[in-house]
Design a binder for this molecule. Structure first.
Ligand code: CA
Length: 313
């Protein structure tokens, strides 16, 4: 499988057309981070497919958005006595063999216990399974080969400081898996992302990550952009930092002036920002006005189609 990761990156460089990042897969249609959601995202033509990564107790990187398991799986039913004092179930407390026994489902709201996005895939059905990072990269490489269309990967290292506090160092483990699948340099179709700037610096300077690197910046960027530009290739701000009250802020143009790519998150057709009435309006503001380079989207087909349409006009 190794050679399959060595796809040249030229089709998605900064000067090229903006691209679609399938946020947790085609998560608007199928429960997030399942094999089915990733296959669908690939079939919909997303240029990149996202993997959030946490560790199991036996240090296997698995593809899960939360360090907790309770809002996306049947863990409370299957392992009722394994919760911590805070009432939550942590992926890090389960071996991979145990995680494989879980049935994954559409996300529930932790407070209400109700489905977070009620119009999406019913949370009561599915029988979906957890994927390891290794399995997912193999899946994408397989689809790249069988379809002849290359989708890149977009892994996020989740809560590295927390993992270390718990005695597990997630970053070097993730880098080893990426290297095994051929993702090592900026030539390869891979962006590595993280919310923690200390870890981003560590990835670059201590752990030697030479590939594309994105700092997830949230709604308020607390670090000087010029400082960021020395370390990373791009920033991932929330959409609200780019478009506020239907106006484009100057964040994207400031970042672009420093050579940083801008990849905001997340387009949700069923949860648009206040004052925005359609996903087309939001994408016009993001792509046409703010000129963002990529967009995280729960609905990859909508973004792929919008970009296709605007490219031809
Ligand atoms: Ca993520």
């Amino acid at each position: 499988m190794k050679q399959l990761g060595f796809y040249l990156f030229t089709f998605v460089t900064a000067a090229a057309q903006p691209v679609t990042i399938a946020h947790r897969g085609a998560s608007g249609y199928v429960p997030e981070h399942t094999r089915e959601a990733k296959v669908m995202a690939h079939a919909m033509g997303a240029e990149f497919i996202e993997q959030d990564v946490v560790l199991s107790q036996d240090d296997v990187p698995v593809v899960l958005h939360d360090i907790h398991l309770d809002t996306t799986s049947d863990v409370a039913k299957r392992f009722p006595d394994r919760k911590r004092a805070d009432g939550r179930y942590y992926a890090l407390d389960f071996t991979l063999a145990e995680l494989r026994q879980l049935s994954m489902h559409e996300r529930l709201d932790h407070k209400t216990g109700k489905q977070a996005y009620p119009k999406r895939f019913p949370a009561t059905t599915g029988g979906f399974r957890i994927l390891t990072l290794d399995e997912e990269l193999e899946l994408i490489a397989g689809l790249n080969q069988s379809t002849g269309r290359v989708a890149g990967i977009y892994p996020e290292i989740k809560q590295p400081a927390w993992h270390r506090k718990e005695g597990h160092d997630i970053s070097p483990i993730v880098l080893r898996v990426l290297a095994r699948h051929g993702y090592t340099t900026k030539e390869h179709a891979c962006y590595l992302q993280c919310f923690e700037f200390e870890e981003v610096k560590r990835l670059r300077y201590e752990l030697g990550w030479k590939g594309q690197l994105v700092f997830l910046a949230g709604s308020k960027i607390k670090i000087d952009l010029a400082e960021l530009a020395k370390v990373v290739d791009g920033i991932g701000p929330s959409i609200g930092a780019i478009v506020s009250e239907r106006q484009v802020t100057d964040l994207a143009s400031q970042a672009h002036a420093l050579g940083l790519e801008v990849h905001p998150y997340t387009l949700r057709i069923d949860d648009l920002p206040k004052g925005i009435s359609t996903s087309e309006e939001l994408m016009r503001l993001l792509f046409d006005e703010a000129k963002v380079d990529a967009l995280f989207t729960d609905f990859p087909d909508a973004t792929v189609n919008w970009l296709k349409k605007t490219k031809s006009r």
